[in-house]
Write a protein that binds this ligand. Sequence first.
Ligand code: HEM
Length: 291
Amino acid sequence: MTSRRNPGKSGSRQNEPSTTALSPKISFETTTPYDAYVRASTLAELQQTKTEVPGEYMFLVCSQIMELYFNLINFEWRHAQHALREDDLGEALVTLRRSVDHFTALNASWMSFRWMTPADFNAFRDDLGEASGFQSFLYRHLEFLLGFKDEALMRPHKNVAGDHYAQLQEAFIAPCLYDDVLAYLARHGYEVPDVVLQRDTSRTYDTNEHVEDMWVALYADTTHGDQLRDLAEVLTDIAEAFSDWRYRHVMAVRRAMGAKGGSGGSAGLAWLERSLARNAFPELWSARTRI
Ligand code: HEM
């Protein structure tokens, strides 16, 4: 993948005057430059439904759209982690805000599922076999970046061809986004306990009362300007947007299959509701009671 950072390249087209031709170019050999770049024809080949049931097409397309957004958000968060490690708070903030906008678009995709009754879902559900979003490695990667680490959830990918398992293992042991935020704050004068800074990052981030104190102090402190508070707020937006995704998913499940067992083998709704109860960046929420 080429670099996303290319600000103000000299001689770029932004400085060129518009041509006199009114219409776009309409003649190309073999492929259009658009398709060569966007790969729309490749994308259009990826909707291989199992049935002729029209609703299944929506189900497949929207699942694919969500996977693409998972990947995009993953890219943004890793970029933000990199910026934080370089003490580039401005770049981290812009990137994290962009990811919140992506979540807004991602979560809007759930609107396409509202029409689906249990009868509509039953019309193709059996044809999906044991396929379940539970097996989404891109979603699992996002959870790891948010600090939710559960080794058992990597197992579905263990024997799968390709490097998904290796990528997940790497993300599993690596610091999560919150670890990088707390390390940044510690480097910039905030009191983050060593036990947190040196924690075993392959474990789910566990709440710490001194980190809560630190957020309380940060929200009270105006000497650093508003940027650190912006950082706290954009993380809060991210945690909320992720919970929104989970909530919309739970509602789609309730509408389409009630409390039936999941195709991935879980108790379905009851299992999903348990995950919904967990918030990312826990002290950003608990600190609010004291601010
Ligand atoms: C009406 C549509 C849907 C239904 C009824 C449904 C149902 C379920 C159920 C029952 C589970 C629990 C695991 C299992 O036993 O299968 C699950 C998990 C999951 N589904 Fe869906 N799902 C739907 C749409 C989607 C879509 C569009 C996505 C997007 C990729 C998705 C992603 C996931 C993910 C990531 C999990 C794992 C959640 C976690 O581990 O906390 N689901 N789904």
